[in-house]
Design a protein around this ligand. Structure first.
Ligand code: FRU
Length: 493
């Protein structure tokens, strides 16, 4: 009898053939891109059997979003990723319209459990439904639970919509499994619900952890929940946010860290602070895991829904992950720094101490598109300098710009002259106040992406660049009076 390929076999066969046609030179240096086709959210991020596993929302057949599969890659250093065969395809009644975002946890018997959202197609008299499903395997091949969905929409408390119930993030605590999932309440909008289980398969609803109350956006997506430095952190990715006057949040899809206290007995979360996770143009749906050495590592989708569909898709892949970041809470704020593994990519250090800049100038040895560049602006030693500007990925015609208004303690990240032909958001403004007289800017370029870490991780902005790779120039300029800088650059390889 002829063998009919399953959806998963078809996807694996397709990606194997198509990926062979994509040269490594067509991808960034150390940011993960999909094996073929489309990528969105990071999924199932975990350390398992000696390496990091990172799954992702995946549509292998085109560079636009489609019925969701899970792509898969593994790494030992979070920078070099080895592609693995597609892990999940939408091939059962519980997930026929898509295997949406989810997470992973190792089981006591050594297997890996995936908890993800199965989307059931609309049927006569019913809208599409989202519910939580389980698949268990050896890290590479998974078997879906026959009882899926294991967290059905009937488990939702009163007032929640079965069409918006997704993105479970699982962890173990005191011998039990817990997960947070996003659900939309008819009036409260974005809400994070907590569920618990003794075995990862049979679940029960526990409590509401937090809601938007229709203030921090509408539907919340992709929650994560963990203790860090004595504080409880709830991460959410809200849709349809309103911009706030203090430029903490911009309009549209955002990423928010809610910091507070968690009572593990009553399962109540008391929010004390809300801040943005990333203030840039391309960042969404971050997920964390804990490294074997205890570090809390975060990775996000380095793209935005607002522009993903109108962006040019010139490559045989679309979408990428951010550089993984180490998280900390300091003085009640979430701080993020590039994973320290990036130091293994450092080559050719260029160090310039106490340089003074006024007219637009290049600095000796400072240029390129794959680099880790730290600029410390000595604001205290330059009291009359009002504005300081760095242009990067610069050619004669094109440039991207970081403008620091030292008077107002603000910074603008602006890619509007970077080569885009689209009428899309290209600028973000954030607070950037010198600390002890110094403003520290760390810019990581990986060809066509930029990640800017301000004041040692106090704020981060991520953006994809439209600028051709030949534009390698970097210039510095001060207005009002000269500025004094310390500059350290490493080429990344
Ligand atoms: C976030 C998201 C998730 C969903 C997935 C679908 O970007 O909308 O809520 O699970 O993408 O691909």
């Amino acid at each position: 009898m002829p063998h009919t390929m399953s959806k998963l076999e078809t996807a694996r066969d397709f990606e194997r053939r198509e990926a062979a046609k994509i040269p490594a030179s067509c991808r960034p240096g150390f940011h993960l891109t999909p094996l073929v086709g489309w990528m969105n959210d990071p999924n199932g991020f975990c350390y398992y059997n000696g390496c990091y596993h990172l799954f992702y929302q995946y549509y292998p057949y085109n560079t636009v979003w489609g019925p969701m599969h899970w792509g898969h890659a593994v790494s030992t250093d979070l920078l070099h990723w080895d592609y693995q065969p597609c892990a999940l395809a939408p091939d059962t009644a519980a997930d026929a319209a898509g295997c949406f975002s989810g997470s992973a946890v190792p089981l006591p018997d050594g297997r890996l459990l995936l908890l993800y959202t199965g989307v059931q197609p609309a049927a006569t008299g019913h809208k599409e439904q989202q519910a939580q499903c389980v698949a268990v395997g050896d890290g590479y091949n998974f078997t879906k639970d026959e009882a899926n969905p294991v967290i059905p929409t009937t488990m939702l408390p009163e007032g929640y919509c079965a069409v918006d119930f997704r993105d479970p993030k699982i962890w173990t605590e005191n011998g039990k499994y817990y997960c947070v999932a996003a659900a939309r309440h008819q009036t409260e909008q974005g809400t994070i619900l907590l569920f618990e289980s003794l075995d990862g398969h049979a679940w029960r609803y526990v409590s509401v952890l937090d809601s938007s109350h229709d203030a921090l956006g509408k539907m919340w997506e992709c929650p994560d929940f963990f203790a860090l430095d004595g504080v409880q952190v709830l991460l959410v990715s809200p849709q349809e946010m309103r911009a706030t006057p203090d430029s903490e949040f911009h309009a549209g899809d955002g990423t928010v860290a809610l910091l507070g206290r968690y009572d593990p007995v009553t399962h109540a979360f008391a929010r004390q602070k809300a801040q943005a996770v990333d203030y840039g143009l391309d960042f969404y749906a971050p997920q964390t895991t804990q490294a074997p050495d205890g570090r809390r590592i975060l990775v996000g989708w380095m793209q935005s829904w607002a522009t993903a569909n109108t962006a040019p898709h010139p490559k045989p892949w679309f979408g990428r992950m951010s550089l993984p970041r180490e998280l900390h809470v300091r003085s009640g704020r979430l701080y993020q720094c590039p994973v320290r593994e990036i130091e293994t990519l450092w080559r050719d250090k260029t160090e310039l101490t106490g340089v003074t800049v006024s007219e637009p100038s290049e600095l000796p040895g400072i240029h390129g598109r794959s680099l880790d560049l730290t600029v410390v602006v000595d604001a205290a030693a330059s009291p009359d300098c009002r504005r300081f500007t760095i242009r990067f990925a610069k050619s004669t015609m094109l440039f991207n710009e970081i403008r620091c208004d030292l008077d107002r303690g603000e910074l603008a990240f602006d890619r509007s002259h970077g080569g885009s032909r689209r009428d899309a958001p290209h600028t973000r403004h954030i607070k950037a106040v010198p600390q002890a007289g110094k403003l520290t800017l760390r810019l990581i370029l990986d060809q066509d992406s930029a990640e800017l870490f301000v004041n040692n991780g106090e704020r981060v902005l991520s953006a994809v660049l439209d600028t051709p790779l030949e534009a390698k120039g970097i210039t510095f300029q001060a207005e009002g009076a000269p500025v004094r800088l310390d500059v350290v650059q490493y080429r990344l390889e």
